[in-house]
Design a protein around this ligand. Sequence first.
Ligand code: MFK
Length: 559
Amino acid sequence: MQIHTPYSGFNQDSPRLINEYLNDKFLLDYLKVYLPRNILEEISPDLSRFGKRAATELVDYASACESNPPQLISYNAWGERVDEIRVAPEWKKFRDIAAEEGLVAIGYERKYAEFSRLYQFVKLYLFTPSSAMYACPLAMSDGAARLIEHFGDNFLKANSFRGLISRDAKKFLTSGQWMTERTGGSDVSRSMTLAYYENGSYVLRGHKWFTSAILADMAFTLASTEQPQDGKRAPLSLFYMPIRNEDGSLNGIQIEALKDKLGTRALPTAQLLLTGAKARLVSEKGKGVKTISTLFNVTRIYNTMTAVSYMRRAFAMSEAYGNIRETFGKKINKHILFQKSLTELKMTYESNFLLGFFLIRLLGKEDCKKASQNEIAVLRLLTPVAKLYTAKWAISSASEYIEMFGGLGYLEDTNVPWLLRDAQVLSIWEGTTNVLSLDMLRAIEKENGLKEYHFFAENLLESITSSELEYPKSLLNRKLKGLYDFLSKISSSEEMEGNARDIAFYFAELTIGLLWLDFVQKNPDEEYLGAMNYWLRFRVREETLGSYKMITGNVAIKK
Ligand code: MFK
């Protein structure tokens, strides 16, 4: 007898991406506005090819890495200590692909002068959400290359630098940035590692609590050259250290453990003991934190790019799903609330993109010594602001993305949950939201940030001459004034500190508003005008300023 099972005939198709360059209208339009046409024509074939690769082949590699996380083998069968980290073969493929695609190199070859960074970061942006966080070692390697360019001696320039920017997978080198110790992830000055000058060179002894990129070829790390006196630690210096000796053994490093993390599971994050690692002093003695900021200001921009790329992925996958999933008699993209959620994801990614890629354009100018003093100051101020702001939106977009997929989004083997787990780290590593808000204050105090930002904002507003944009322009003028009025009433450094986070968010929202104006003036598309108006109306809100008062008492409601 034949048994009829009435519900077994249906399987939901899975959504697929096709080409993350050609399908990203906003990205294409952005490049048309901000890249010279001849450059765009020259790089488009490479971006189209890579956009397809990122949507297909790389996603499969990322999936393989996620399901085969790194393992630490401390001892071999004979009891010998080996400290070996085994990773998925696809993780190694990412390294080769990164070299061959020039994901770091493009930024340093500077074939397209100040536009090289834009080209490089568009490739990184396509790569990152399909890379199982291989973007992390690349971020540190790029920051290391920049550090060497600025502070390296002839040895580092002739050796490590060339490897970091090589396109040859056999010569390509990567770097770690080891800053975190048990005493301080945020408060790095409490680091306890000591550098001993022995037989004409330094060796480091200490403990590093979180180190991404133990598989790298080198690391930049902090240590003090002086013993603590009366319980006080001496200021830190910056060191370069190779991770392995010429014979392949570890350079005075023991790998104690791999961290068991919420996300970034394919990325081996290790806890290390430095037992006498040979190192070279890179910074002036005691100027370690200042010097390594050249590196971490780059990794913070990578963090921003990563956050935006996740927002894009959340949108692109939700859109693809909306095209194939049916409920209540129609495709879900015909349901008005699905359309609204999708549009919000889209506007969120586009708006954050404007902020992130503005910084990337400034970085390109700074690299080529074409940035004005004002642009350098704005880049400094907005680097922590963009990092902290985009990270929060990446988390909420990744969460919304899971919801767009309903119950399937909650299943591990759909690969949807990665994005949320990985997004969560973006607001933590490279400085938490609060620590970066304080870094913004540092830029305000030390680099005249408020005056420089005001000059930038006024100039941008002055350049808006389109009559259609008269109202948004005047609205943003008022909101800019509102911020500066608010700032002028702050009377103590404690009050400034208490407001720092709100001010940082407001700076981000205001800047995105300004950047929308600039973009829409150059590309007056109805859709973008709508996105800009949405942003100005619902996101740039002065009433968010001043909430710090809640910790000192009641926050009055304004009439
Ligand atoms: C794919 C996405 C990207 C992936 C990359 C992920 C890699 C993950 C690996 C990591 O997470 S590595 C760990 C990252 N850790 C941090 O980012 C530390 C967060 N904490 C801070 O940023 C603290 O604010 C800081 C460590 C900087 C505090 O240190 P100090 O020594 O107490 O700060 P101080 O005394 O204010 O600054 C020392 C000097 O550095 C000053 O210069 P001067 O010596 O001239 O006075 C500061 O102005 C300068 N400085 C600090 N931050 C700066 C900076 N200069 C430029 N830019 C900055 N951001």
